[in-house]
Design a protein around this ligand. Structure first.
Ligand SMILES: NC(=O)c1ccc[n+]([C@@H]2O[C@H](COP(=O)([O-])OP(=O)(O)OC[C@H]3O[C@@H](n4cnc5c(N)ncnc54)[C@H](OP(=O)(O)O)[C@@H]3O)[C@@H](O)[C@H]2O)c1
Length: 277
């Protein structure tokens, strides 16, 4: 059965499918294979990055699918090396070349890398890329409210998306609230947890039994039910299809609250001050 995800309105005027196929840590060949099966089962959004070194494989799958470009939503991310206006232009041109595309739907600054203190310049670079039509939407990843406050204050332009680690062990209420107040879509990465046993947690498996769904579907439903996007990776066609079948049921307020209660606190988030260089 094929079904596609709903789309979310971004503040710049485009729409983004609520579920992306994540592609880390797939290599070119694995990413190509995974994306081809994902598109067959209904995915229209792929999440890649310069850092993943699989943009060529992603591009091959997009081309081989034969799908109209306008029906696909491609996200990539630039490394800190490109935090500047001329740098970002070159960084995205190289990514487009690897992808075999002439624009991406969304480009993100992968990490703020505050030790370099260049992320505001990186953001100015993305603003120019959107104006030039090389990216239809622009955003950031792993930005805390303090980083977002600064780019907004210094450029007057608010990111459309902030992609952050998010799952019930790490609900990040302050970040999510900040994003919502500023019209920024929160997109969760590692929505199934990071190999940390979340899929086997009795609260998750208990709710899965109650709603007659899988633990993965419960975790993804928890995210999308609140209007957030998710990037979820699977190289298995069956699990890709399973992860997409989350728009035909809902969780009760009590089930949502029980999942929120699994939060272990913001201090468990990967520290963007030291990661990502
Ligand atoms: N912005 C950033 O800094 C950042 C950082 C990390 C990740 N990301 C993005 O977010 C994406 C997702 O994050 P992630 O890959 O770390 O974690 P994830 O999507 O939460 O989990 C992926 C793992 O779960 C397994 N899985 C998938 N569906 C399943 C299901 N239905 N039942 C059981 N297991 C299932 C996958 O194995 P199989 O493949 O074998 O199914 C894989 O091992 C990445 O691929 C990447 O695109 C972004």
């Amino acid at each position: 059965m094929t079904s596609t995800a709903p789309t979310l309105a971004l503040s710049g005027g485009t729409r983004m499918p609520q579920i992306a196929l994540g592609t880390w840590p797939l290599d070119d060949h694995e990413a190509e294979k995974a994306l081809l099966s994902a598109m067959e089962v209904g995915y229209r959004h792929v999440d890649t990055a310069e850092n993943y070194e699989n943009e060529r494989g992603v591009g091959r799958a997009l081309a081989a699918s034969g799908m109209p470009r306008a029906d696909l939503f491609v996200t990539t991310k630039l490394n800190a090396h490109w935090h500047g206006v001329t740098e970002a232009a070159e960084g995205l041109d190289r990514a487009l070349d690897r992808l075999g595309l002439d624009y991406v739907d969304l480009v993100l600054l992968h990490w703020p890398n505050p030790a370099r203190d260049r992320y505001v310049h990186g953001w100015e670079g993305l603003i120019a890329l959107r104006a030039a039509g090389k990216a239809r939407a622009i955003g950031v990843s792993n930005f805390k409210p303090k980083h977002l406050r600064r780019v907004i204050a210094e450029t007057g332009v608010t990111p459309e998306v902030n992609q952050i680690e998010r799952h019930p062990y790490l609900i990040r209420s302050a970040s999510v609230a900040f994003n919502s107040e500023h019209g920024i879509i929160t997109e969760g990465w590692s929505p199934l947890g990071r190999g940390n046993g979340l899929l086997d947690h009795p609260v998750v498996t208990g709710i899965a039994e109650q709603v007659n769904r899988t633990p993965s579907q419960v975790l993804l439903r928890w995210a999308v039910q609140e209007g957030h996007a998710v990037a979820v990776k699977s190289k298995s066609r069956e699990r890709q299809a399973e992860n997409l079948q989350i728009f035909d049921f809902s969780l009760t307020a009590a089930q949502m609250a029980d999942l929120d209660d699994l939060d272990t606190g913001e201090h468990h988030a990967v520290d963007s001050d030291v990661f990502g260089h």
